[in-house]
Design a protein around this ligand. Structure first.
Ligand SMILES: NC(=O)c1ccc[n+]([C@@H]2O[C@H](COP(=O)([O-])OP(=O)(O)OC[C@H]3O[C@@H](n4cnc5c(N)ncnc54)[C@H](OP(=O)(O)O)[C@@H]3O)[C@@H](O)[C@H]2O)c1
Length: 244
């Protein structure tokens, strides 16, 4: 799908998690450039403010900022997020879940319970809890779209990927359950996108010695995620391939 064929996101409100860096930042830009009002959610306010400034400087709709530590968030925090969106923006048309916790690969014998809990909380529980809290807003939208971002080692676990792969596998299980529950809905869609290697901050940590110049940049994948906000898949697991 090219930029020209992606329908406008004007009038839509899109929540992007992990919006302060990497794929989340690129996705926020891609949605804003298509006319969406973007809610920038992330842990570090300074990074969110920078993305806010970039989007407004580009002349796109004024975004909103919602700093939130997904590792520490409890039920009432997710409810507050949904209530704030409803009160301030009156609608929610889509969510792109890019926030992710990562631990460098290591043997299972060296992995801690604390790290596994952190990985599970940010990578699995948070997307579920955000979707659940925001469901009334999504259900009221004419065409609501949720995108989850998976990882190839969650799809096909391998040695040393430990708690990160287990959490991403659980995210895939959550995706299948949510897709099945929304299969009969006229206005609720969820898709899971597995990026493969992309030149993003997480990749720099998982493959530190790699030549980053050989990796696809974030722009075209972010455009694909923005495109899914208004058209395309329903219950699809998309193993993303960069355009030739
Ligand atoms: N890079 C690849 O090759 C690749 C391949 C396959 C899949 N993916 C997936 O693509 C997604 C994005 O990757 P990326 O490299 O763009 O990631 P990234 O730049 O490392 O960004 C992760 C984001 O998540 C936020 N985050 C982390 N912990 C958080 C918490 N407790 N509360 C709130 N926000 C939190 C971070 O915010 P702060 O910066 O403020 O901490 C950051 O903005 C991930 O799901 C990743 O697994 C990447």
């Amino acid at each position: 799908m090219t930029d020209e064929t992606i329908p406008s996101l004007r009038e839509r409100v899109i929540l992007v998690t992990g919006a302060g860096s990497g794929l989340g930042r690129a996705s926020a830009h891609a949605c804003a450039a298509r006319g969406a009002t973007v809610i920038l959610l992330g842990r570090t306010t300074r990074k969110l403010e920078q993305v806010y400034d970039e989007i407004t400087a580009a002349g796109h709709p004024q975004p909103a900022i919602f700093p939130m530590d997904l590792e520490k968030a409890a039920d009432h925090d997710f409810d507050t997020l949904a209530q704030t969106i409803g009160y301030q923006l009156r609608r929610l048309d889509g969510i792109i879940h890019c926030a992710a916790e990562f631990e460098p690969p290591s043997p299972l014998g060296l992995q801690s319970v604390e790290a596994w809990q952190r990985l599970y909380k940010v990578n699995v529980i948070a997307p579920f809890a955000i979707d659940r809290a925001c469901l009334p807003l999504l259900a009221a939208a004419p065409d609501a779209s949720v995108v989850l971002v998976g990882e190839s080692h969650g799809h096909q676990p391998a040695a040393y990927w430990g708690g990160f792969a287990v959490a991403k596998a659980a995210l895939e299980a959550y995706f299948r359950i949510q897709a099945a529950e929304w299969a009969g809905s006229a206005n609720l869609r969820v898709n899971l996108v597995i990026p493969g290697p992309i030149n993003s901050p997480q990749r720099a940590r998982s493959h530190p010695g790699e030549d980053k110049a050989r990796l696809p940049g974030l722009g075209s994948l972010a455009g694909e995620l923005a495109g899914l906000m208004s058209a395309g898949g329903r219950g699809q697991l998309i193993e993303w391939q960069p355009p030739d």
